[in-house]
Design a protein around this ligand. Structure first.
Ligand code: SF4
Length: 493
């Protein structure tokens, strides 16, 4: 059997960017490192795939003994079909230099049906192309497919006493949509084979295709010529407008024509602040903001986790569940007290109940509760009302006291060039309080905290749990201490 040139994933890669396909085949080592968060997403996808097999139980598995031995799967699949098997997991086919592994192949009274499992919550265009290359390979291998479906997560499912597989997944036939794109497949396959066999790297410049539909893993290589601070860092500027500037040769902020540009007022401020090394402080607005805060002040921050398959009853797929908070309480004399909560990572104990009960106690009755990005904390508190309606009054009382410390920075009432257009607390903190930063912490951003805690709950964490809990506490504590210090800088103005 001749070695395949394309797999399903390299075909999809080629549709996104032919240079990416070529680099993947010839310069694999130039790929960016896979971050732990991305790896966790990949692992989650694999787990979802295995779980979905329960929709069609008692099948036979055509998986190879190693990822590099896919031919084993092709032969196993062939044998299984010849032996009359009707449910095959990881069924693999090869045709015309394309190798495609399908999650589940089923034969029922109507004939063969293909099911591809995705851990997302809807069917995107890229999944249609994904299904189409599979359909092309399977049908041309002699299987008369009657239907092809995407099996995806149903985000409206609410777990209640065990996982209901039928409710957790939605099976959506994409047969008609696949038939629409199918005529293009042979020429696309031919084209991508030519690309792989050519001598030169395709001359493709960076563009919006670098992040659509996926973040390309050759960005580190292709974007090397873009300086660390460039037009691509202009806050909230449409990607198309950034590339309009880039395509005109405008890469750094000093190359922008300030009399003729696509920038709004805040973007203009970002650029001129950088060029003129200008500090922007709107004292009257900051004064009003500070005067509107009522002591004692409760500086509060939540950490959350979410998994594709819900772990706890009364929760949905990917729902972000609170598991940790930090609270710094400051009175009018500037005395500071710290309180915190971090759940036990246990799949049998819902972290939310003890979290909200302790939070209600710790927040007292009076004083404003200061958060950074109010929509997040308010959203999580409203979610908790749905799960614990008996605590509705107490939770609503907390919600009514929330104030957002992000506003002065989001509105650019305070802006320094170090913020580089961002108003994330991770950027605002070192700009206002240079002696404090997240750089020294083992855990320095919420995504890592979320991933680690979820791994601990699922029993998939291999590190030191006690030490990691300490790191989680340190990280969340810095978030609220940072708010205290930022508030003090604003007050001093
Ligand atoms: S970074 Fe952009 S240009 Fe480079 S291979 Fe990826 S998609 Fe293509």
């Amino acid at each position: 059997m001749k070695k395949p040139l394309l797999s399903k994933s390299t075909f999809i890669r080629g549709l996104q960017c032919e240079k990416s396909l070529y680099l993947y085949k010839h310069f694999y080592k130039l790929r960016d490192e896979v971050s732990p968060q991305l790896q966790a997403i990949f692992n989650q996808g694999s787990n979802v795939g295995v779980l979905a097999q329960e929709l069609f139980p008692n099948g036979v598995d055509a998986s190879p003994s190693s990822h590099f031995k896919m031919q084993e799967s092709v032969l196993k699949t062939k044998d299984f079909i010849e032996n009359g098997e009707s449910i095959i997991y990881e069924a693999t086919f090869q045709f015309n230099g394309v190798l495609a592994a399908l999650d589940i192949l089923v034969k029922d009274e109507e004939g063969w049906k293909a099911y591809e499992v995705k851990s997302s919550t809807s069917v995107s265009d890229v999944y249609i192309n994904d299904a189409a290359i599979q359909f092309y390979t399977i049908v041309n291998s002699g299987i008369d497919l009657k239907d092809i479906s995407i099996v995806h997560i149903n985000n409206q499912y609410v777990k209640d006493d065990g996982i209901d597989i039928q409710e957790l997944f939605t099976i959506e036939s994409v047969y008609d949509r696949v038939r629409e794109v199918l005529p293009k497949i042979p020429s696309q396959v031919g084209r991508f084979k030519q690309v792989i066999l050519q001598d030169e790297v395709p001359a493709i410049d960076i563009g919006s295709h670098c992040s659509t539909p996926y973040n390309c893993d050759f960005r580190g290589h292709c974007w090397e010529h873009i300086p660390e601070y460039s037009v691509f860092n202009i806050s909230n500027l449409w990607t198309s407008k950034k590339f309009d500037l880039y395509n005109k040769g405008i890469v750094t902020l000093d190359q922008i024509d300030l009399n003729n540009n696509p920038l709004n007022a805040n973007q203009f401020l970002q650029v001129t602040s950088e060029l003129d090394n200008k500090l922007v402080i709107d004292r009257p607005k900051i004064k009003n903001f500070i005067e509107d805060l009522n002591y004692p002040l409760y500086f509060l921050d939540f950490e959350t986790m979410g998994t594709a398959v819900p772990i706890f009853d009364n929760s949905r797929p990917y729902q972000q569940l609170v598991f940790q908070y930090s609270l710094h309480i400051q009175n009018e004399k500037d005395d500071l007290e710290h309180k915190e909560y971090l759940a036990e990572p246990n799949p049998n104990i819902d972290p939310r109940e003890a979290f909200i009960k302790q939070l209600i106690k710790d927040c007292g009755d009076t004083g404003d509760i200061v958060v950074y990005n109010i929509g997040f904390e308010r959203g999580k508190l409203n979610d908790l009302i749905t799960v614990y309606p008996q605590l509705e009054n107490e939770i609503n009382h907390i919600v009514s006291r929330l104030k957002d410390l992000m506003i002065p920075f989001q509105q650019k009432w305070y802006y320094t060039r170090e913020m580089r257009g961002s108003y994330s607390i991770k950027v605002v903190l070192p700009a206002l309080v240079p002696e404090l930063s997240y750089g020294d912490l083992e855990i320095s951003e919420g995504g890592t905290a979320s991933t680690l805690f979820a791994q601990m709950v699922l029993g998939e964490f291999n590190g030191d749990i006690k030490q990691t809990r300490e790191h989680l506490l340190e990280y969340c504590k810095l978030d609220t201490y940072a708010m205290v210090k930022i508030y003090e800088v604003l007050k001093s103005l």
